[in-house]
Design a binder for this molecule. Sequence first.
Ligand SMILES: [Zn+2]
Length: 320
Amino acid sequence: MAYSRELFERAEDIMNQRRLQAEAQAEKRRREFSEAEPRYPALQRDLAEGTMKIMQVIGMGKGAAEFVEQHRQKCQLMQEGIRELLREHGLPADYLSTKYQCPICEDSGTDGSHYCQCMKKLLKELAFKQAGERSPLTISRFEDFSLHYYQGEQQRHMQNILQYCRDYTDTFDRDSYSLLFYGETGLGKTHLSLAIAGQLIEKGLFVLYDSTQNIMNRLERERFGRGTSDGEYEKMLYDCDLLILDDLGTEFSTQFTVSALYNIINNRLLSGKPTVISTNMDLKGIEEKYTKRIASRIVGEYELLHFVGNDVRQQKKTEM
Ligand SMILES: [Zn+2]
């Protein structure tokens, strides 16, 4: 995946912070231990001097080898002495060493010639975060989904949908179905899709949530604008673990949006990545607005969940 320069700079800043933080914490532990254990500072100083001497003579020819060996043994004794002090204080042997988040690159982000795995992971996280930044992801929770706004048969039906969404989230993986939430406005489609998103994000999955309008706007800017994003956003729409397209049908539809929607749906089905679409339209409306091709992909491959009831938002208003 190609990342923007800005993203690299942010990642490097974070790596720097991690490294400085790890070093500062180790320094603090050494300072505290010096105060608690008066024998430690002298040992530590001698060890540092010994190490320095070894560094100075390395590679200096005859006689140096013997000198290095002598001092190396002394250093080992001092290290053993420090470990003994730590043991006396009930502390682990590595208590005074710097604990980097990534022991491979010591939080530098590279192994000298390539980016370290930790840096690649960070870049990916930042890219996904950036993509989701505009989403109204004030997390909804399943617990807050109130069934008392629905009556009788409709309540039982919505109870089943709620349970389905909970199970879906608990067992979510690549084999999970794609879902279509359809039904009138104000019946909890956004609430439940955000609840799914919230729980999966907590599990550490990459979830992209946004209104279809915002997604299309952004895709269009990326395709036709002067940005330097290299199709980064489009790729993320295809790659994320779960994509949630909210409010399909309210966006201004053009040839571009219709073909973009088909590509998103189709690409994700082909790579086995689930998508959740919510819409106020019925299946016929989808076919009319987006072509038969798109409608038949959805009907054929998605799990269709029909939301029923009376507008919950209106009911809440009259309750207040
Ligand atoms: Zn690393």
